[in-house]
Ligand binder design. Structure first.
Ligand code: ZN
Ligand code: ZN
Length: 263
């Protein structure tokens, strides 16, 4: 896995990355499903990038969140200052897009870092996915993957001014998770090459990452990621399950034909 330097288009990055957290309480990890009916997760009013189950958890998280929050707000106000509506719409489209393709990005992260063989690599490598905006209005077709590669945590630190606090949080989560039998917490950075809008998302793995399914080449993760996005496939697993079911069905048909034919 080579660690390439960023293409020259990275120079266009003028906003810095926004940190997007998964939609769950950042303290007790509850999701909306764990809350009583009609209660919603609270979200940070200043940056709207982090979620909490209650005021209590929100207060408990503030000490850690304030640095990331400030950096998120800087990026958001830089975006707004450009007074370019296409930037704002690209930003909100990217937020929807990353939510939709979360399972696909997660799968790519696990395969790119070969987390089944080298789980501790999650502590010093990240996955960078370069996207370009299409003219499509549908979220699932809004971006295509230009390239994806693995970079070192230090490279990310130096090139992208990632908030030290955001990294420290993720690394601590990661170490705790690995030490207690989990799979750690990895980072994926998605970057729109046309305008430099960039999101960094943590991906926690609650269990050790299993090896890839039989028949799927670990080395082909980049192609698989590109295909999944191009075809708007939201989950990697469901298609292989679909193929499996279809295969079973066909075998059944052939057996049936054979039985019918022989009587
Ligand atoms: Zn909570
Ligand atoms: Zn915030």
């Amino acid at each position: 896995m080579s660690e390439r330097s960023e293409p020259s288009s990275a120079k266009k990055a003028q906003f810095g990355p926004l940190s997007l957290r998964p939609k769950q309480c950042q303290i007790c990890r509850k999701t909306a499903n764990d809350l009583p009916d009609r209660t919603k997760l609270l979200c940070c009013g200043a940056c709207r990038r982090e979620y909490y189950c209650s005021k209590k958890c929100q207060r408990a998280a503030w000490n850690q969140h304030k640095t990331i929050c400030a950096s998120n707000q800087r990026v958001l106000s830089a975006l707004r200052a450009h007074e370019d509506p296409s930037l704002a719409s690209c930003e909100s489209m990217l937020t929807k897009w990353t939510k939709l393709f979360r399972p696909v990005l997660r799968h790519a992260l696990a395969r790119a870092l070969e987390l089944d063989k080298t789980p501790r690599r999650i502590l010093d490598a990240v996955l960078i996915v370069a996207l370009s905006r299409t003219s499509e209005k549908a979220v699932e077709k809004a971006f295509i993957v230009e390239a994806a590669h693995v970079a070192s945590m230090d490279f990310i630190r130096a090139t992208w001014n990632l908030s030290e606090a955001a990294l420290a949080n993720t690394l601590e989560d990661s170490r705790n998770s690995l030490n207690s039998g989990g799979g750690g917490c990895g980072l994926v950075m998605v970057r729109v090459t046309d305008n430099g809008i960039c999101h960094v998302m943590p991906f926690p793995f609650s269990r050790p990452v299993p090896p890839p399914e039989v028949g799927s080449e670990e080395s082909q993760w980049e192609e698989q990621l590109m295909d999944a996005i191009r075809m708007g496939r939201i989950s990697q697993a469901s298609t292989s399950l679909l193929c499996y079911c279809l295969g079973l069905f066909l075998v059944g048909c052939i057996i049936l034909l054979f039985i019918v034919g022989s009587t």
